[in-house]
Design a protein around this ligand. Structure first.
Ligand SMILES: Cc1cc2nc3c(=O)[nH]c(=O)nc-3n(C[C@H](O)[C@H](O)[C@H](O)COP(=O)(O)OP(=O)(O)OC[C@H]3O[C@@H](n4cnc5c(N)ncnc54)[C@H](O)[C@@H]3O)c2cc1C
Length: 369
């Protein structure tokens, strides 16, 4: 029997694209599907800082690290932690940092550039995956169906591959982020540009948090995090800048301006997570990587873990029979994700500013890579 069967990768996010790059380089047979109509069908969102032991290592494994360095922003690694009254708890200018920032769109372009133009099969939203003996049938929303010997679910939080492995579904994590934008900050919002600095500002008081990230083109993305409890399938309540400001009424006026001076558009991100330590019984024909496997509250690790999962799975598939490879990859991924998920849960959902400070300083026992 062949060492590797025909492989399907479902989802062309960071995890799916990195895996595709590696399999392409290794000459292994695969198809890569994504629900989006095209690579540029939707904006990719804010920045990611890539960590040495996970995101950067994964790009290195695909021979993409030098090109990453050309587009990464080493100058935007600063970090400021404040409390709600504007008191600075931690200030790091990031000069010695090794967590360069990259816009998601640039990361996607970088990964796509390592694949032949026709390798991603856009417009293929997986509707259902069905086990048929040793293979898996993938039924797509466009009416097509294809069968594979190994299916890798890399299609994020609402994975349609996941139900083949587990009945566990992501639950609302008790928090919703509301995204706002400040544009052209170096000209139009100079005081806020200085407040945010070259990187990320986090202001935390109890369960309310404001994150402000400097992106490319002098664009600052602000996320206002509010505690909420949403039932399965329930949408997050709509918020305007005015209603958000009421939630931060007792905060320092300068911090409130991050909301008051932003554009009108407010985008909700209800945060869903799988349980910390989520795992499943191994199956030789199906596996998951990235958010599909271990979606957690965003605390700076999700995309890094997604890239590392993909690199590890590619390493395993290149060096062993696929049944062994899938199991080896899963065992390492379960252990790695559990540590990050526990820290993410603490930071975003239940942590105080002091708790976050300890985590950022590495005093919480988490591997900072
Ligand atoms: C507000 C916010 C801020 C974040 N900030 C950070 C950060 O600073 N650093 C960090 O490391 N992480 C961050 N994360 C987490 C990070 O975005 C994810 O962990 C990461 O994108 C996961 O990558 P992925 O490839 O597993 O999945 P995704 O990025 O979700 O990609 C999934 C892909 O699958 C496709 N897809 C979805 N459904 C289907 C389907 N049914 N059929 C076919 N294709 C499908 C999608 O179109 C997409 O291309 C943040 C998340 C949020 C919500």
């Amino acid at each position: 029997m062949s060492r590797v069967p025909r492989i399907a990768i479902v989802g062309a996010g960071p995890a799916g694209l990195l895996l595709a790059c590696r399999l392409h380089q290794a000459g292994l047979p695969f198809a890569l599907f994504d629900a989006d109509a095209a690579a540029d069908a939707r904006a990719q969102g804010g920045m990611l800082d890539l960590h040495a032991g996970t995101g950067q290592a994964a790009l290195r494994s695909a021979g993409l690290f030098e090109r990453f360095q050309q587009v990464a922003r080493y100058e935007d690694q600063g970090m400021r932690l404040l409390d709600g009254q504007g008191r600075v708890l931690l200030e790091d200018d990031g000069q010695d940092g090794d967590r360069p920032e990259i816009d998601r769109g640039h990361l996607r372009d970088l990964l796509l550039s390592a694949l032949p133009p026709d390798r991603v099969r856009w417009g293929h939203a997986l509707h259902q995956a069905v086990l048929e003996g040793p293979s898996v049938a993938l039924h797509f929303g466009n009416g097509t169906c294809e069968r594979f010997g190994l299916v890798v679910g890399a299609e994020g939080t609402w994975s349609k591959v996941r139900p083949l492995l587990t009945d566990v579904r992501p639950r609302h994590a008790g928090i919703t982020l509301y995204e706002l934008s400040l544009r052209n900050v170096d000209v139009d919002h100079r005081a806020l540009a200085a407040l945010v600095g070259r990187g990320t500002l986090v202001a935390k008081q109890g369960t309310r948090t404001l994150f402000a990230q400097r992106n490319a083109n002098a664009h600052v993305r602000v996320y206002a995090a509010l505690p909420q409890q949403l039932a399965a399938g329930e949408s997050a309540p709509v918020q305007t800048r005015a209603s958000l400001l009421q939630h931060f009424a007792d905060w320092h006026p300068q911090l409130r301006r991050l909301i008051a001076d932003a554009d009108d558009a407010v985008r909700p991100w209800p945060i869903h997570a799988l349980p910390v330590g989520h795992c499943w019984t191994h199956h030789p024909a199906v596996t998951l990587i990235g958010d599909a496997a271990h979606v957690m509250p965003p605390a700076g690790e999700g995309a890094n873990l997604a890239l590392r999962d993909a690199a590890d799975l590619a390493d395993a598939l290149c060096s062993a029979d696929w049944r062994t490879a899938v199991q080896t990859h899963e065992e390492a991924m379960f252990a790695r994700a559990a540590v990050s998920a526990e820290a993410a849960q603490r930071i975003l959902v239940s942590g105080s500013a002091e708790h976050m400070l300890a985590t950022m300083r590495g005093d919480d026992g988490r591997d900072s890579n």
